[in-house]
Design a protein around this ligand. Sequence first.
Ligand SMILES: [Zn+2]
Length: 636
Amino acid sequence: MLLSLSPRSEVLAQSTDGGAYSESPFRTLDLRAPNSVRNASGRPGNGFWQQEVDYVIHATLNPENQELIGRESIRYVNHSPDDLSYFWLHLEQNACQANSVSNSLKQPPLVFLGAIFDFSCQGFIGGHTLESVTLGGQNLRYTIFGTTMRIDLEEPLASGGEITFEIAWRFTIPPYGLARMGRDGTLYEMAQWFPRLAVYDDVRGWNSEPYIGAGEFYLEYGDYDVTLTLPSEYIVAATGDLQNPDEVLTGDQRRRLQRAMTESAPVAIITQSEAGDPSKTRPLSTAPGASSGTLDWRFTAETVRDFAFAASPDFRWDATSWEGVRIEALYRDGAANWEEAILMARESIKYFSEQWYPYPYSHATTIEGPIEGMEYPMLTFVPAMDAPEDLHWVVAHEFGHEWFPMLVGSNERFYPWMDEGFNTFIDLEGAARYFEGTDYGKSIEWNPLAIYAENAIASEEQPMILRAAEQSNLFWTAYQKPALMLQLLRHEVLGPERFDFAFRGYIEAWANKHPTPTDFFRFMKDASGMDLDFYWRQWVMTAARLDQAVVSVSGVSSEGRSEIILANNEAMVMPVEMKIDFEDGTHTTLNFPVEMWNQGPRFTYNLLDPRQVIRLTLDPRQRYPDDDRSNNTWIR
Ligand SMILES: [Zn+2]
C-alpha cells in the first residue's frame, strides 16, 4: 500500500476545541528532495534526462484468421546516467492469457456513466507469441512474466549508448481486449498491440507494472515508422502521418482531404453512399481482385508515447480542420449521432487549444466502434451513443487525453488522477460551452459537486493518490473528484487568472516529459505564488472532509461591533464566503482567504457595523462539498 497517512488520523490531528492544532493542516508536505533532474520549482532541471525509444514496425493484419503478425526494430537510447543490463517490456496482449492477473482475479466490470469497462477478454484466451528476439541476428535471452518481459543483455548498455534490437511476434486479435482494443465484424480497433518498452526513469528505475486493467499505459516518447499491411478494401486510420496517400487513397479522397483543410464546413472524404463499396473507396489499381489483394499503409510519427490504428472496409469518413490541425471522424453508417461527431471533435480541439495549450499533433481522429472510450496519440476510440450529450462527453474526453497524458506524460498506472482527473477538469467547461443555453449546459460544469454526496462516502472514500488498480470507486477518485479539486482551486482559492497561468505553465514545462505528483505540486506552488501543500494533502494524499460552521454571533456592542466566531470542524481547510443579512433588510458578502485558519480551527471576526446581524450564511453559493450544511446558517 502506498498510503501512509490515513484519512482518520488526519481528522483526529485537528482539534476543534478552539485551541491550537495538534498538527497544522498547513505543515509542509514531505516530498522527495529536489535535484538537478527535477528541481525545486517543479520543472525539469538542468540535469533532466529521459530515455528515447524509436520503433520501426511492419505488421500484417489478416482478417481471415484474425491474426496480427508483426516484426519491429527498437532503437533504445540510454540518456540515463546508469548502465542498463536488462530491459523491461510490456506484452499487453498477455492480459488475455488464461492465467493472467485479470483472468485469475475475475475482477467485476467497472460501470460508470452507463458505460461498462470490463478489464477482461470476456472469455477469449490469447496472448503474444514471440517468434524471435534478436540483436544483430543473435538471439537475446528473455523471460516472460505475464504482461511483462525482461530482456537480458550480454553487455550492459552504457550510459549515453544506444542499441537496436528486433522482435518478431504474432497474436490472435481478441474481440474484446480489456476495454481498450478489439474487433467487431470487419472493424478493428488496434491498441496495446506490439511489444513496447517500459519507462526507465530517475524516480522509480524501471516502471514495469503489469497490465491488469484500470491503469492504462505508461511509455517512453519516441519516433514511429509503421507499415501496416491489410486487404486492399480496408481503410486505415492511425497515429502519425500517412506517408503514401497516392498509393492507398483515391484521387477524390486526396482532393477532399485538401478541401477539408481550407473549407469551414466538414467535408465527407468517404460519403454515406460510397461507404462499404470498394469500387468507390479504393484506388482502382488495388481493388479486390487486383494482383496482391493487399495494401501497405505507412505512417510516421515523432515524439509520441504510443501508436494505435483502426481499420474497416465500411467507414464513412468526415474531415474538417482547425488552425492547420486535420480533424477526422470515421464511423459505420447508422452509428447514432456520429454525423455530429466531427463538429464535437472540432469544438473540443479548439477549446482545449485556446484555453490551455495548442494541440500538439497534425491530426485528431476519432473512430466509432465497440470500445467505450479510449485514447492514443492522435487517435481515439468512441462508441455510438443515443444521447448527443453522452457522445459529446466521450468525444471531448478522449481528445482531452491528447493533453493528459499523451502530451503531459504522467504515469497512468500509478496516478490516474493526473490524466483522467486533469482531463475531466478541462472537459467540464468545454461541455458547458458546447451545450450553452441548455439545461445540460447549465448543470454539467459543476456536476462533480452535485454527485459529491453519493460518491464521497466518509467511511469508504479512498485518497486519490492510490494507484489505479487499488481504487474501488475509480469514477470518483480518478475522474470526478480531481476535477472538483481543480475547479475549487481555480475558482475559490486562486482565482482563474492565477490558476490558469500556473496550469498552462505546467503543461508547457512537462510537454513530452514524465511529471510526478511532486513535480506538479511544486510547479503549482511556484507559478501561483501560493504554498498549496495543505491543498494537496487534503485532496490528494488523504480523503479529508470539509465542515465549515458558524459558532456564534454577538449582538452589536456600544462601539458598533459584532463578534462572529466561525469553526472548521474537519480536516479540510478552505476559504470562507460569508453572507450577512442585517436588520434593515440589506446584506453584504465577505470573503476570507484560507489563511484565516492559520492559527487554529476557530476564527473570530470583528464586524464593525452599527446594524444588528439577523442572519449569517456560510458558502451561500453552495460551492463547497460541506458535510453538514445545518451549521452553515445562523439566525438571530
Ligand atoms: Zn479517460
